[in-house]
Ligand binder design. Structure first.
Ligand code: NDP
Ligand code: MG
Length: 412
């Protein structure tokens, strides 16, 4: 029996029918692929949304350009060592702050309604926790926070009365499917008691039809050529290895409190069905839309309310074909790691995530072959000292340990 525990709920004081005219959004990771799409949604919101905080790691020139366009109250640059000279062009109403502490202070400010976490990697975990601990509504794109620290994130959500809205298209789709049977109480509380399984769709990435041998020798350029989505480099490599789907299995396990036996992956090359929920009576509810991240981003920013969205729409006058097939675990063994980690929990998520982040970096720098991303993750998971209920400190320790092990292995 699936737990009746609240999965996604909003106690943040900003109800869907909030009387506030304009929602103040902190866009963390503003220069990235998700950040850029989010700013597009904000620009098209007819004043309903405002980017009051922009945060980047080190892309100063782009951050200055965005500040001039969006006039935020605060611009945070996390990397304090950057060349600061371009910042003289930041508009005078924008406060500029540096460092991770500043970021964590800014997301806790009372004027912020929604924190969009679009940072790549486990670097996004502290911001997610901080925002939830302040009872904020968090629109979460940063799946690595849930993979590495899922139990901590969900505990912060339970304890401090904030809200968590998925941005990842598959998880937004599942959330939308679950909401389709929301009762009339206007509550955003949803339970998963009548869910038979959730079905995560996957495009299959650029190597969907490649042989195992050919995948082994794939180049960085090959792996960056995604057939249906235009995304940041790390997630694009993850999609090629299907590690992205492995991370999404773990993400779904935490977000929807779903046991891994109830999670299934289906290859759907057209990326039109973003995921599905099968209920105990056999009904399957799916969410469809052309592949464009602006829709799930907007749905999260508005707290699951429908608004006009600047996305492409289906042309129902044209013929369309949709294909579905089971995944090939032999050619894409990363998928097995996703199910394994979703089942074992504890420190395994932090270890897998860190190993994968390091291995992807090493692949992009030409230090390892494509298939070694999986081999290294497998090896590090097997080596690690499992702990069932890690603290945040322990998560960081195993993260650092896994990265060091990968470095040692590559140096050898
Ligand atoms: P990108 O690499 O395109 O962008 C990452 C952003 O995060 C940049 O703005 C970068 O700033 C910023 N950043 C990196 N490190 C830090 C840090 N330590 N502190 C603050 N900001 C930081 O990534 P994506 O937009 O592709 O992905 C972001 C997240 O969303 C990932 O977790 C990904 O898995 C998830 N996601 C992405 C999808 C997509 O379509 N792209 C779809 C679903 C999920 P700077 O430019 O200065 O380096
Ligand atoms: Mg996804």
């Amino acid at each position: 029996m699936i737990s009746e525990r609240l999965v996604l709920y909003d106690c943040s004081g900003l109800s869907a029918s909030s009387t506030r005219e304009q929602r103040q959004i902190a866009v963390i990771g503003a220069t990235g692929s998700i950040g850029t799409s989010a700013l597009d949604v904000i620009a098209e919101s007819r004043g309903k949304l405002r980017a009051s905080v922009l945060a980047v790691k080190s892309s100063i020139a782009k951050a200055v350009e965005l500040s001039r366009r969006f006039r935020p109250d605060v611009l945070v640059v996390v990397d304090s060592d950057v060349d600061r000279s371009p910042l003289r062009d930041v508009p005078c109403g924008t406060e500029v702050l540096f460092g991770e502490d500043a970021l964590n202070e800014v997301v806790s400010r009372p004027g912020i309604d929604v924190v969009l976490n679009a940072v790549v990697g486990v670097a996004g975990l502290p911001t997610t926790l901080r925002a939830l601990e302040c009872g904020k509504r968090v629109a979460l794109a940063n799946k690595e926070a849930l993979v590495a620290g899922g139990s901590l994130v969900m505990r912060a959500l339970d304890e401090y009365g904030g809200a968590l809205y998925p941005v990842d298209s598959e998880h937004s789709a599942i959330y939308q499917c679950l909401l389709s049977r929301r009762c009339s109480t206007k509550s955003t509380r949803i339970s998963s008691g009548d869910v038979e399984r959730i079905i995560l769709t996957a495009s299959g990435g650029p190597f969907r039809e490649w042989s195992l041998d050919r995948i082994k020798s794939a180049t960085v350029e090959d792996a960056l050529r995604h057939p249906t989505w235009n995304m940041g480099a790390k997630i694009t490599i993850d999609s090629a290895s299907m590690m992205n789907k492995a991370l999404e299995i773990i993400e779904a396990r935490w977000l929807f409190d779903m046991s891994p036996e109830k999670i299934q992956v289906v290859i759907h090359p057209e990326s039109l069905v973003h995921s599905m929920v099968e209920f105990i009576d056999g009904a399957v509810i799916a969410q469809l839309s052309p592949p464009d991240m602006r829709l799930p981003i907007q749905f999260a920013l508005y707290g699951a309310e429908r608004e006009i969205c600047p996305t492409r729409k289906f042309n129902w006058r044209r013929a369309m074909t949709m294909n579905f097939a089971p995944p090939d675990f032999e050619r894409f063994p990363a998928l097995t790691l996703g199910f394994e980690v979703a089942k074992n929990g504890g420190t395994t998520g932090a270890v897998l995530n860190a190993a994968n982040e390091s291995a992807v970096d090493a692949f992009m720098c030409g230090k390892i072959n494509f298939d070694q991303i999986f081999t290294l993750c497998r090896r590090i998971l097997d080596l690690h000292d499992y702990e069932p209920n890690p603290t945040l400190e322990r998560v960081y320790e195993v993260d650092a340990w896994a990265r060091k092990e990968i470095e040692k292995w590559i140096a050898r």
